[in-house]
Design a protein around this ligand. Structure first.
Ligand code: SAH
Length: 395
């Protein structure tokens, strides 16, 4: 029996945990142990003294993230086993190939490691902690990653300066825990990308759009493509391979535009079909000629990072999409996304519907998109679903 400090719940507050939802909210806690510190491993008990599970403690609305039901020891063996299973899933998904070495190995709750994200780019793993508990286990996790048989991970870069609660005063440093800088060129479906985990957003690349980029490739032949919010130019490079007539990429960040140009050059060195513009997306789309593009991608950053921003976010999605419906050429195809967790699939669809209705054009939904299988959703934790997309045919 492990001997972690005990957290006791208020009566009746164990119900969501009995349904295997892994979060203990602060309102459910009757009693905290003395001298408890953020990141401590704790045992969670129901009001009638039954052990529910073991997890890590944090100050805030989510007080404990359950790591294992019943009794357990959280140590190197625990992480090694969970990571091995996560790797086995990625192998089963066919993501580990000579022409594909960029994928998400750990997607938090979806891989039964709440608070942890691990993205793989070739022989480098980028590790991101979202909870103090994962922060304290970072060295153990890094070692388990390097020890994963066949995975070939040599370097582990820790990047949690912006993801850990600042009030915890953990002062995390972005740094290599194991190894050092190696090539930053990763392969996705045979295409090469510079991945800047040191300075780029999140872990350096958005692997979550892989499947949707492939679908875009299949629609690109002969089309005039506008890739809004291009970041690393993922969609642009796929569109070029798919035989687009021209591809224009737009991002308000000059760095993103440079990165997009570098990635286009890496794959299509002498291609003159591509141009990139550092400009505000709303401004750009407002200024283009009608009919200039017949394939438009809208993949903006999360407009609602929190529930409080939901109303404005929905207005933002409506306005952005309305401009696309206004401008896209007849017979055009619109790929439109929301990566805001706080926006539900229905709410997003309603925002796009309102935008379409404003234009009064005939619009068909061709595909309803979501996150790829290396961003799995824990069936007991529906909050893990965040990426939503629609592919629309606009007459
Ligand atoms: N589509 C990308 C990911 C987009 S991330 C991919 O497949 O990888 C969101 C991007 O939107 C960021 O690069 C950010 O710089 C850019 N961005 C944010 N606000 C913007 C705005 N108002 N206009 C144009 N780009 C914007």
């Amino acid at each position: 029996m492990s001997s972690y400090p005990r957290i006791v719940l208020r009566r009746g507050k164990e119900q969501s945990l009995q349904r295997l939802h892994p979060w203990v909210f602060s309102g459910a806690v009757a009693q905290l142990p003395d001298n408890i510190e953020e990141g401590d491993i704790v045992s969670v008990y129901s009001s009638d003294g039954k052990l529910i599970g073991v997890g890590d403690y944090q100050v805030g609305s989510i007080t404990v993230r359950i790591l294992e039901w019943g009794d357990a020891v959280i140590d190197g063996q625990f992480f090694a086993t969970r990571l091995k299973e996560a790797y086995r899933v990625r192998r089963a998904l066919g993501l580990i190939r000579h022409d594909n070495n960029a994928f998400r190995l750990v997607h938090g709750e979806g891989d039964f490691l709440p608070g942890l994200v691990v993205d793989i780019y070739g022989d480098t793993a980028v590790l991101q902690a979202h909870s103090p508990g994962m922060h304290f286990f970072r060295d153990t996790i890094a070692q388990s990653l390097v020890d994963l048989n066949d995975a070939g991970i040599k370097n582990v870069y820790y990047k949690s300066e912006t993801t850990l609660p600042y009030k915890a005063h953990l002062d995390p440093q972005n740094e290599y825990i194991i190894g050092d800088y190696s090539t930053n060129i990763a392969m996705e479906n045979g295409l090469k990308f510079h991945v800047d985990w040191l300075k780029g957003q999140k872990t350096g690349f958005f692997v979550d759009q892989r499947d949707n980029r492939s679908l875009l490739e299949s629609y690109s032949r002969g089309r005039k493509v506008l890739n809004m919010f291009c970041y690393t130019g993922g969609f642009s490079v796929y569109a070029l391979r798919g035989g687009a007539e021209l591809v224009h990429s737009v991002d308000s960040s000059a760095k993103a535009v440079t990165l997009t140009e570098a990635n286009v050059k890496l794959n299509f060195p002498d291609d003159t079909r591509h141009r990139a513009f550092a400009e505000d997306a709303f401004k750009y789309i407002g200024s283009i000629d009608n009919d200039a593009y017949d394939l438009i991608i809208l993949d903006p950053p999360a407009f609602a990072k929190h529930r409080s921003a939901l109303k404005n976010a929905l207005i933002g999605y409506r306005k952005l999409n309305a401009k696309a419906f206004e401008r896209i050429a007849p017979g055009g195809i619109l790929f439109t996304f929301s990566c805001s967790q706080a926006v539900s699939r229905e709410q997003f669809r309603l925002a796009v519907f309102s935008a379409a209705a404003q234009s009064r054009r005939r619009v068909r939904i061709l595909h309803q998109l979501t996150q790829p299988a290396d961003h799995p959703v824990n069936i007991y934790h529906p909050e893990g679903e965040y990426l939503k997309g629609l592919i629309l045919y606009v007459e």
